[in-house]
Ligand binder design. Structure first.
Ligand SMILES: C[S@@+](CC[C@H](N)C(=O)[O-])C[C@H]1O[C@@H](n2cnc3c(N)ncnc32)[C@H](O)[C@@H]1O
Length: 272
């Protein structure tokens, strides 16, 4: 294991999820369900076994259960994420078949975990310290004809700047982090004004993005380290070699990255 694969070298994602989870209610759960349905049809979820790698708050594991998944096994390397996801699922999915386990994607062994009908990992594998190895480990858990659903940061010209920023941010004091968040929010507002978009409307509608919340997402973006990024042709190439075929994607080409990056979303099916 390299140092970057060790949770000690990671941004404290779980603390952010713990704070965010307090605000999760029916509205956020409904948006998370709609986020999943952008990538998967309901009948692709119903009755299926589902692994959520890097479950964070547990919101999307919960959404998958609500959409009819037969069982959910959620995993996260961060003990605070695990506690938060367990509390959320206990609150909203008592009696359903689920588990949340503190484990890294690098510890998931297909002989013990899986195979699954659906392996879902949204916004995670690029934060593990070794994207290639994480992709290999996660794909190994997908059963024949199963689906691999992932979101990965898109490469930008400013990736080296953002990596340096994240390294600084995760070690910065809470006050310095707050100042960085304020500066980022101001830059976002300015960028939107310059492109004729309405910032207040954007903030108001932000939850419609998978049930997430702008302030927690800003903290997550500014601190999310380790960080890697990738483009669609590279993902295609990698997964084709792993015997997967693309079902759908929502992806864009490389951007400049002045305000950071965004996640491209992919669904691949394992050939049987
Ligand atoms: C940006 S969050 C995404 C959370 C969730 N999937 C979502 O869509 O809201 C990244 C999550 O990946 C987890 N993570 C990072 N490295 C991991 C690893 N090696 N194995 C499992 N989870 C990991 C973090 O602890 C964090 O909860």
């Amino acid at each position: 294991m390299t140092d970057l694969e060790d949770v000690e070298s990671h941004f404290a994602f779980g603390e952010n999820w713990a704070a965010y989870a307090e605000s999760i209610g029916e509205e956020e759960i409904g948006e998370a369900e709609r986020g999943l349905l952008k990538l998967l049809d309901r009948d692709e979820i119903e009755g299926r076994s589902f692994a959520d790698i890097g479950c964070g708050s547990g919101l999307h594991a919960l959404a998958a259960l609500r959409l009819g998944a037969r069982s959910i096994n959620a995993f996260d390397i961060d003990k605070n994420s695990v506690a938060t996801a367990r509390a959320l699922l206990t609150r909203h999915a008592a009696g359903a078949s689920w588990s949340v386990t503190e484990k890294s994607v690098f510890e998931l062994d297909p002989a013990e975990h899986g195979p699954y009908d659906i392996v879902y990992s949204w916004g995670v594998l690029h934060h593990t310290g070794n994207l290639d190895k994480a992709l290999r480990n996660a794909t190994a858990l997908v059963g024949n004809n199963g689906l691999f659903v992932i979101a990965l940061y898109r490469r930008t010209t400013l990736d080296p700047f953002w990596i340096a920023e994240k390294k600084w941010y995760m070690r910065a004091s809470p006050n310095a982090q707050k100042r960085a968040q304020t500066a980022y929010r101001a830059a976002l507002r300015l960028g939107m004004a310059m492109s004729g978009r309405n910032f207040s409307e954007y903030v108001e509608n932000y939850r419609s993005r998978r049930g997430m919340d702008l302030d927690h997402d800003i903290h997550d973006w500014l601190g999310g380290y380790p960080y890697e990024a990738i483009l669609e042709p590279e993902v295609d190439d990698f997964l084709t070699r792993m015997d997967f075929e693309k079902s759908r994607s929502i992806a864009r080409p490389k951007t400049f990255g002045l305000l950071g990056s965004g996640c491209d979303e992919y669904v691949y099916r394992k050939n049987s």
